[in-house]
Design a protein around this ligand. Structure first.
Ligand code: MRU
Length: 353
């Protein structure tokens, strides 16, 4: 499979996720503005993938900057960062990646680096963000496999797979990790209205990997659980607040409530870059509202009655009480999340020092 997003000398190349699974089309973004547009219009989507694309886009934009002096170069850089930050509001990985690029820029500039040297540093940092994301997903997969039942009937929502990351996936990384650990796994993919990431993307990825996959419409999950068809739920996340409240694709909250009612473990898989300790709880997470046409139309055909109002929040928040554990590259964290998530970062700090 072609990687989700690739940096080439003069472009950032990504598979067009709006066109999958009908067509495998690759989009070549030749400027930072084109990368920002690709994120906004969901050519590329999924929290970690958005962060990686933004970092690549910033590095590309600065590589192409015509500035010769560091002052103009700095002005270009901060303008490019602002443009990336304005693409999508919920996934914190975007802001995390931009902050890393800003830190890299400041360190190089403060050390007196030339424009060419700063460009090299930005390229290296963006590539590090990409490579670390794949490593994190693989680590999540290994940790997550330990809590997946030996005979697993896994329900997932949206696409938290290779397409939503630099590769391997978070929730689907756990699925892949379980398969690699020799567990017998079948997956139920919620179709995930309105953008259909589950039916289009999750099913596409898993079928290509030879993993048994059944697509259900979102309103079938409760009935399936009631009949004993699911014994494990794992989803990704766009932002996890300090208390464990988790924003993920709209519909995740409903799945969590159903899982609780049917005593099914409900896990969130996400890298530490998705955890936002500066946001105390889910009520403070900004929720993106998208175009009404995503709800009224499917594949360009209008289904909803003309004149009806539309509400189209792209994400919802699952309160931490519904979450059995948060699977990260550093291990599985459990309630009370305010303490366990903070400790996860302390360990990080210790490891770096
Ligand atoms: O609107 P999207 O497709 O970007 O939303 C994606 C999700 O909600 C994913 O579940 C989340 O980003 C985790 S991706 C590893």
């Amino acid at each position: 499979m072609h990687p989700t997003v690739v940096r080439e000398d003069d472009a950032v190349v990504m598979i067009d996720q709006r066109k999958l699974p009908a067509a495998e089309v690759y989009v070549r973004c030749r400027t930072a503005t084109e990368v920002a547009k690709a994120i906004k219009t969901m050519v590329i989507r999924g929290a970690p993938a958005i962060g990686v694309a933004a970092a690549f886009g910033i590095a590309l934009g600065m590589r192409k900057s015509t500035a010769t002096g560091t002052q103009k170069f700095a002005a270009d850089f901060y303008r490019t960062c602002e443009m990336m930050a304005a693409t999508r509001p919920t996934a914190v990985n975007l802001f995390w990646a931009i902050e890393r690029m800003k830190r890299t820029f400041a360190e190089a500039a403060n050390a007196g680096a030339s424009v060419a040297q700063i460009q090299d540093r930005l390229d290296r940092e963006a590539m590090a963000i990409h490579d670390e994301d794949i490593a994190s997903c693989r680590a999540m997969g290994a940790w997550g496999a330990s809590v997946v039942p030996a005979e697993a009937r896994i329900l997932t929502h949206c696409n938290a797979g290779a397409l939503a990351t630099a590769g391997y996936g978070t929730a689907l990384g756990v699925v892949r990790g379980a398969v690699e650990a020799g567990k017998r796994v079948t997956v139920f993919a919620d179709e995930t209205r309105p953008f259909l990431q589950g039916a289009r993307l999750t099913a596409w990825e898993l079928v290509r990997d030879g993993i048994d996959t059944t697509v259900i419409t979102d309103n079938m999950a409760g009935s399936l659980m009631r009949q004993g068809g699911v014994n494990f739920v794992v989803v990704g996340a766009d932002r996890i607040a300090a208390n464990g409240d988790t924003a993920n694709k709209i519909g995740t909250y409903g799945v969590a409530v159903l899982a609780r009612e049917h005593n099914i473990p409900f896990y969130v898989a996400a890298p530490l870059s998705t955890i936002d300790l500066a946001t105390p709880d889910g009520s403070k997470i900004p929720i993106e509202e998208r175009n009404a046409k995503e709800v009224t139309h499917v594949a360009g055909t209008q289904l909803a009655a003309t004149g009806a109002h539309v509400w189209n929040p792209a994400f919802d928040v699952t309160p931490h009480q519904f979450i059995s554990g948060i699977i990260t590259e550093r291990g599985i964290f459990r309630a009370p999340y305010t303490e366990s998530l903070r400790a996860a970062f302390d360990v990080e700090a210790v490891a770096r020092s």
